[in-house]
Design a protein around this ligand. Sequence first.
Ligand code: NAD
Length: 271
Amino acid sequence: MAASTSSTSDPSSPQRFAGRVALITGVSDRGIGGAIAERLASEGAQVSLTGLDEPKKLLKGLEANGDRFLWNSADLSDPEVPQQLVMATADKFGQLDILVNNAGIETMEPLTSMTDSQWDEIVGVNLTAVMRMSRAALSQFADRAAAIINIASVLGIAGSPAMTAYSATKAGVIGMTRSLALELAPQGIRVNAIAPAMVKTPMIMRYANTITDAQWRQIQAAHPLGIGAPSDVAAAVAFLASREAKWITGATLPLGWTQSYSPAFEELSGE
Ligand code: NAD
């Protein structure tokens, strides 16, 4: 685990999360985690950020704004890392109030060609690490009306060919959210999930060139409000992390999609 820190603060920023400390996984320059970090920091949170690669642009921006942050490069498939990240956060800020389990990977692989190691890798990062991060965070959450927000996916509820492993992990995250919400409610800890549809990030843009016109029409039909931006997810995280959501737990908030009937699907499937 490699760390870098900043210790200045910006008293003129909006203060919904003033005095609160948020630990966010899967933070990158152009992904959802980076937008969550910017949003919570802009509202006064002190942020502990982690991901595989240092998001240089984001950290520079936080530094320029005078935001208080901690960065740790770390691999969440290492079972020791969640505890180390939580302890590093507590050492730096003295507390932890908000955990955002955002790190995730996907693999597009039909079941016939999927290897056990592909399955284990995606389960390790998308599901097991979420459990380990949540368990590690509990030691710092005591009596703090804390919140856990898990980034699931529309594919944890709906399905898609060749996305079996990804869907299974995200459905697992939604199930974990429901049970953990009940387990932790007596301590005042809220646990919610967000299930975004397609968001324009490096994860998705990798496939942009391989998508056919017919597939794009189908994707657009499934997104009545268009493809999302990382900031759309960050706004939902900020709401669920805030005291305005103090009566919400165990929920999975769909973003950018709806289960309503769409005639475009019939047209495309030839029915
Ligand atoms: P991204 O690829 O830009 O970001 C993923 C992040 O996870 C990166 O910061 C990466 O460093 C981190 N990560 C990956 N493997 C890791 C590991 N072993 N250890 C530690 N960190 C690791 O993707 P994104 O689109 O920003 O996705 C963020 C989250 O949102 C993911 O959980 C993803 O499943 C979910 N999501 C994305 C979309 C979408 O359309 N982009 C839709 C629904 C849900």
